[in-house]
Design a protein around this ligand. Sequence first.
Ligand code: MN
Length: 287
Amino acid sequence: MKLCRFNDNRVGLVEGDRVRDVTQALDVLPAVRYPLPGYDPLIANLEAVCKRVAALAPQSESLSLSDVKLLSPVANPGKVVAAPVNYQKHLDEVRIDPALHQGNAAHTAAINQIGLFLKATSSVVGPGEGVALRMLDRRNDHEVELAFVIGKTASQVKAAEAMDYVAAYCIGLDITIRGGEDRSFRKSPDSYCVLGPWLVTRDDIPNPGALDLSISVNGQMRQSSNTRYMILDVPQLIEFASSFYTLRPGDIVITGTPEGVSPIVPGDHIAARIEKIGMMELDVRAY
Ligand code: MN
Protein backbone atom coordinates (compact mmCIF):
# COMPACT_ATOMS: atom_id res chain seq x y z
CA MET A 1 0.00 0.00 0.00
CA LYS A 2 1.21 3.52 -0.87
CA LEU A 3 0.26 6.15 1.70
CA CYS A 4 0.96 9.86 1.43
CA ARG A 5 0.35 13.03 3.43
CA PHE A 6 -0.72 15.98 1.33
CA ASN A 7 -2.07 19.54 1.30
CA ASP A 8 -3.28 20.50 4.78
CA ASN A 9 -2.33 17.22 6.54
CA ARG A 10 -4.66 15.06 4.47
CA VAL A 11 -3.89 11.32 4.28
CA GLY A 12 -3.92 9.77 0.83
CA LEU A 13 -3.93 6.34 -0.75
CA VAL A 14 -1.84 6.50 -3.92
CA GLU A 15 -3.16 4.53 -6.92
CA GLY A 16 -1.15 5.13 -10.08
CA ASP A 17 -1.28 8.86 -10.80
CA ARG A 18 -4.32 9.37 -8.53
CA VAL A 19 -4.70 9.80 -4.80
CA ARG A 20 -7.73 8.90 -2.68
CA ASP A 21 -8.40 11.20 0.27
CA VAL A 22 -8.67 8.70 3.15
CA THR A 23 -8.02 11.17 5.97
CA GLN A 24 -10.96 9.70 7.87
CA ALA A 25 -8.82 6.63 8.59
CA LEU A 26 -7.08 8.72 11.26
CA ASP A 27 -10.18 8.09 13.40
CA VAL A 28 -8.68 4.72 14.37
CA LEU A 29 -5.80 6.42 16.20
CA PRO A 30 -6.03 6.55 20.00
CA ALA A 31 -6.51 9.99 21.57
CA VAL A 32 -3.27 11.40 23.00
CA ARG A 33 -2.74 13.54 26.08
CA TYR A 34 0.22 15.55 27.27
CA PRO A 35 3.01 14.54 27.44
CA LEU A 36 2.74 13.49 23.81
CA PRO A 37 4.28 10.11 22.94
CA GLY A 38 7.88 10.12 21.72
CA TYR A 39 6.90 8.33 18.55
CA ASP A 40 4.62 8.79 15.54
CA PRO A 41 1.11 7.52 16.41
CA LEU A 42 0.14 6.83 12.78
CA ILE A 43 3.17 4.60 12.21
CA ALA A 44 2.68 2.91 15.61
CA ASN A 45 -0.85 1.97 14.46
CA LEU A 46 -0.07 1.51 10.78
CA GLU A 47 -1.74 -1.86 10.43
CA ALA A 48 -5.07 -0.59 11.78
CA VAL A 49 -4.79 2.56 9.66
CA CYS A 50 -4.14 0.55 6.49
CA LYS A 51 -7.13 -1.68 7.19
CA ARG A 52 -9.37 1.37 7.57
CA VAL A 53 -7.84 2.98 4.46
CA ALA A 54 -8.69 -0.10 2.39
CA ALA A 55 -12.29 -0.02 3.64
CA LEU A 56 -12.70 3.71 3.00
CA ALA A 57 -10.94 3.91 -0.37
CA PRO A 58 -13.71 2.86 -2.79
CA GLN A 59 -16.02 5.68 -1.69
CA SER A 60 -13.28 8.29 -1.10
CA GLU A 61 -12.67 11.33 -3.31
CA SER A 62 -10.04 10.72 -6.00
CA LEU A 63 -7.64 13.53 -6.92
CA SER A 64 -4.87 13.83 -9.47
CA LEU A 65 -1.48 13.44 -7.78
CA SER A 66 -0.21 16.35 -9.85
CA ASP A 67 -2.75 18.64 -8.15
CA VAL A 68 -1.68 17.97 -4.54
CA LYS A 69 1.20 19.22 -2.43
CA LEU A 70 3.06 16.22 -1.02
CA LEU A 71 4.35 16.53 2.55
CA SER A 72 6.70 14.21 4.42
CA PRO A 73 4.80 10.92 4.70
CA VAL A 74 5.85 10.67 8.36
CA ALA A 75 4.55 13.69 10.28
CA ASN A 76 6.38 13.24 13.58
CA PRO A 77 9.62 11.28 13.28
CA GLY A 78 11.32 11.06 16.68
CA LYS A 79 14.71 11.04 15.01
CA VAL A 80 16.36 10.71 11.64
CA VAL A 81 19.28 8.27 11.81
CA ALA A 82 21.65 8.47 8.87
CA ALA A 83 24.36 6.21 7.51
CA PRO A 84 27.44 8.07 6.24
CA VAL A 85 29.42 6.65 3.31
CA ASN A 86 27.54 3.34 3.07
CA TYR A 87 28.43 2.64 -0.58
CA GLN A 88 32.04 1.75 -1.36
CA LYS A 89 32.16 3.74 -4.64
CA HIS A 90 30.89 6.86 -2.84
CA LEU A 91 33.59 6.40 -0.19
CA ASP A 92 36.14 6.08 -3.02
CA GLU A 93 35.01 9.33 -4.66
CA VAL A 94 35.08 11.20 -1.33
CA ARG A 95 38.61 9.97 -0.60
CA ILE A 96 40.05 11.33 -3.86
CA ASP A 97 38.18 14.67 -4.02
CA PRO A 98 39.19 17.47 -1.63
CA ALA A 99 35.92 19.29 -2.43
CA LEU A 100 34.13 16.37 -0.80
CA HIS A 101 36.42 15.36 2.08
CA GLN A 102 37.63 18.88 3.03
CA GLY A 103 40.76 17.39 4.55
CA ASN A 104 38.69 15.93 7.38
CA ALA A 105 39.62 12.34 8.31
CA ALA A 106 36.10 11.75 9.66
CA HIS A 107 34.82 12.20 6.10
CA THR A 108 36.93 9.42 4.64
CA ALA A 109 36.57 6.64 7.22
CA ALA A 110 34.36 3.60 6.70
CA ILE A 111 30.95 3.41 8.37
CA ASN A 112 32.06 0.79 10.90
CA GLN A 113 34.68 3.23 12.22
CA ILE A 114 32.69 6.47 12.29
CA GLY A 115 29.25 5.14 13.15
CA LEU A 116 25.97 6.85 12.37
CA PHE A 117 24.80 10.45 12.62
CA LEU A 118 21.51 12.24 13.25
CA LYS A 119 19.72 14.85 11.19
CA ALA A 120 17.47 17.33 13.02
CA THR A 121 13.79 16.46 12.69
CA SER A 122 13.18 20.14 11.84
CA SER A 123 15.05 19.50 8.58
CA VAL A 124 12.32 17.13 7.34
CA VAL A 125 10.06 18.25 4.48
CA GLY A 126 8.07 16.62 1.70
CA PRO A 127 8.75 17.10 -2.01
CA GLY A 128 5.90 19.60 -2.33
CA GLU A 129 7.79 21.95 -0.01
CA GLY A 130 11.06 21.84 -1.97
CA VAL A 131 14.60 22.52 -0.76
CA ALA A 132 15.75 25.98 0.37
CA LEU A 133 19.55 26.19 0.12
CA ARG A 134 21.67 28.13 2.59
CA MET A 135 25.34 29.15 2.40
CA LEU A 136 25.25 29.64 -1.36
CA ASP A 137 28.96 30.48 -1.33
CA ARG A 138 29.57 26.82 -0.43
CA ARG A 139 28.86 23.65 -2.37
CA ASN A 140 25.43 22.11 -1.64
CA ASP A 141 25.01 18.50 -2.85
CA HIS A 142 22.17 16.08 -3.43
CA GLU A 143 22.36 12.58 -1.95
CA VAL A 144 19.64 10.11 -2.93
CA GLU A 145 19.07 7.36 -0.37
CA LEU A 146 16.68 4.56 0.41
CA ALA A 147 14.83 5.57 3.60
CA PHE A 148 12.97 3.22 5.86
CA VAL A 149 10.57 3.80 8.72
CA ILE A 150 10.75 1.90 12.01
CA GLY A 151 7.41 0.28 12.90
CA LYS A 152 7.89 -0.82 16.50
CA THR A 153 10.22 -0.12 19.39
CA ALA A 154 13.63 -1.65 18.72
CA SER A 155 16.54 -1.95 21.10
CA GLN A 156 19.49 -4.36 20.76
CA VAL A 157 17.83 -6.05 17.79
CA LYS A 158 19.88 -8.61 15.88
CA ALA A 159 20.02 -8.44 12.09
CA ALA A 160 18.28 -11.80 11.75
CA GLU A 161 15.13 -10.39 13.41
CA ALA A 162 15.50 -6.83 12.18
CA MET A 163 13.07 -6.88 9.25
CA ASP A 164 10.17 -7.32 11.71
CA TYR A 165 10.85 -3.76 12.86
CA VAL A 166 10.46 -2.11 9.46
CA ALA A 167 7.08 -0.52 8.74
CA ALA A 168 7.63 1.07 5.34
CA TYR A 169 10.01 2.62 2.83
CA CYS A 170 10.30 5.93 1.00
CA ILE A 171 12.88 7.99 -0.87
CA GLY A 172 15.18 10.18 1.21
CA LEU A 173 17.31 13.11 0.07
CA ASP A 174 20.19 13.89 2.41
CA ILE A 175 20.99 17.43 1.26
CA THR A 176 24.49 18.40 2.33
CA ILE A 177 26.56 21.57 2.63
CA ARG A 178 30.19 20.61 1.97
CA GLY A 179 32.66 21.82 4.55
CA GLY A 180 34.62 20.93 7.63
CA GLU A 181 31.86 21.09 10.23
CA ASP A 182 30.16 18.13 11.83
CA ARG A 183 27.69 16.26 9.62
CA SER A 184 24.78 16.95 11.97
CA PHE A 185 25.39 20.69 11.41
CA ARG A 186 25.89 20.71 7.64
CA LYS A 187 23.04 18.31 6.90
CA SER A 188 20.34 19.68 9.19
CA PRO A 189 19.15 23.10 8.01
CA ASP A 190 15.38 23.29 7.43
CA SER A 191 14.41 21.33 4.28
CA TYR A 192 17.72 19.42 4.07
CA CYS A 193 15.92 16.10 4.63
CA VAL A 194 13.33 15.45 1.94
CA LEU A 195 11.15 12.37 2.50
CA GLY A 196 8.62 11.08 0.03
CA PRO A 197 6.86 10.95 -2.23
CA TRP A 198 4.85 8.46 -0.13
CA LEU A 199 5.30 5.44 2.12
CA VAL A 200 5.35 1.99 0.58
CA THR A 201 4.46 -0.57 3.23
CA ARG A 202 6.92 -3.35 3.97
CA ASP A 203 4.79 -6.09 2.36
CA ASP A 204 5.20 -4.43 -1.06
CA ILE A 205 9.02 -4.52 -0.90
CA PRO A 206 10.10 -8.01 0.15
CA ASN A 207 13.79 -7.30 -0.52
CA PRO A 208 15.06 -3.73 0.09
CA GLY A 209 18.55 -4.93 -0.84
CA ALA A 210 17.94 -5.10 -4.59
CA LEU A 211 16.39 -1.78 -5.63
CA ASP A 212 17.60 0.49 -8.41
CA LEU A 213 17.92 4.08 -7.20
CA SER A 214 18.79 7.21 -9.14
CA ILE A 215 18.56 10.97 -9.19
CA SER A 216 18.58 13.44 -12.05
CA VAL A 217 18.92 17.22 -11.94
CA ASN A 218 17.33 19.26 -14.74
CA GLY A 219 16.94 16.02 -16.69
CA GLN A 220 20.60 15.02 -16.37
CA MET A 221 21.36 11.74 -14.56
CA ARG A 222 23.70 12.28 -11.60
CA GLN A 223 23.51 9.14 -9.44
CA SER A 224 22.39 5.69 -10.53
CA SER A 225 23.04 2.56 -8.52
CA ASN A 226 21.35 -0.30 -6.68
CA THR A 227 20.83 -0.88 -2.96
CA ARG A 228 22.70 -4.19 -3.28
CA TYR A 229 25.90 -2.13 -3.11
CA MET A 230 25.24 -0.87 0.43
CA ILE A 231 28.09 -1.77 2.81
CA LEU A 232 25.66 -2.30 5.72
CA ASP A 233 22.27 -3.50 4.47
CA VAL A 234 18.90 -2.69 6.06
CA PRO A 235 18.99 -5.45 8.73
CA GLN A 236 22.61 -4.64 9.62
CA LEU A 237 21.78 -0.94 9.92
CA ILE A 238 18.95 -1.77 12.33
CA GLU A 239 21.28 -3.93 14.42
CA PHE A 240 23.91 -1.16 14.44
CA ALA A 241 21.49 1.70 15.16
CA SER A 242 19.48 -0.17 17.80
CA SER A 243 22.68 -1.07 19.66
CA PHE A 244 23.06 2.66 20.46
CA TYR A 245 19.58 4.21 20.20
CA THR A 246 16.18 2.87 21.09
CA LEU A 247 14.34 3.12 17.78
CA ARG A 248 10.66 4.00 17.99
CA PRO A 249 7.73 3.89 15.56
CA GLY A 250 8.16 6.66 13.01
CA ASP A 251 11.92 6.96 13.42
CA ILE A 252 13.55 7.26 10.00
CA VAL A 253 16.77 5.61 8.86
CA ILE A 254 18.39 6.89 5.68
CA THR A 255 20.79 4.32 4.35
CA GLY A 256 23.58 6.27 2.64
CA THR A 257 24.15 7.42 -0.90
CA PRO A 258 25.91 5.86 -3.89
CA GLU A 259 28.58 7.55 -6.00
CA GLY A 260 27.81 10.57 -8.16
CA VAL A 261 27.01 13.28 -5.59
CA SER A 262 27.17 16.69 -7.21
CA PRO A 263 26.13 20.29 -6.61
CA ILE A 264 22.62 21.73 -6.74
CA VAL A 265 21.77 25.42 -7.00
CA PRO A 266 18.59 27.51 -6.75
CA GLY A 267 16.39 26.97 -9.79
CA ASP A 268 17.28 23.30 -10.18
CA HIS A 269 14.60 20.65 -10.61
CA ILE A 270 15.29 17.26 -9.03
CA ALA A 271 13.75 13.90 -9.92
CA ALA A 272 14.67 10.98 -7.66
CA ARG A 273 13.57 7.40 -8.30
CA ILE A 274 13.66 4.17 -6.35
CA GLU A 275 12.37 0.92 -7.81
CA LYS A 276 9.04 -0.23 -6.27
CA ILE A 277 8.57 3.20 -4.61
CA GLY A 278 8.28 5.59 -7.55
CA MET A 279 9.50 9.03 -8.53
CA MET A 280 9.81 12.11 -6.32
CA GLU A 281 10.14 15.54 -7.96
CA LEU A 282 10.99 18.82 -6.26
CA ASP A 283 12.36 22.28 -6.83
CA VAL A 284 15.44 23.94 -5.34
CA ARG A 285 15.38 27.60 -4.25
CA ALA A 286 17.48 29.96 -2.17
CA TYR A 287 16.59 30.24 1.51
MN1 MN B 1 23.92 10.76 3.11
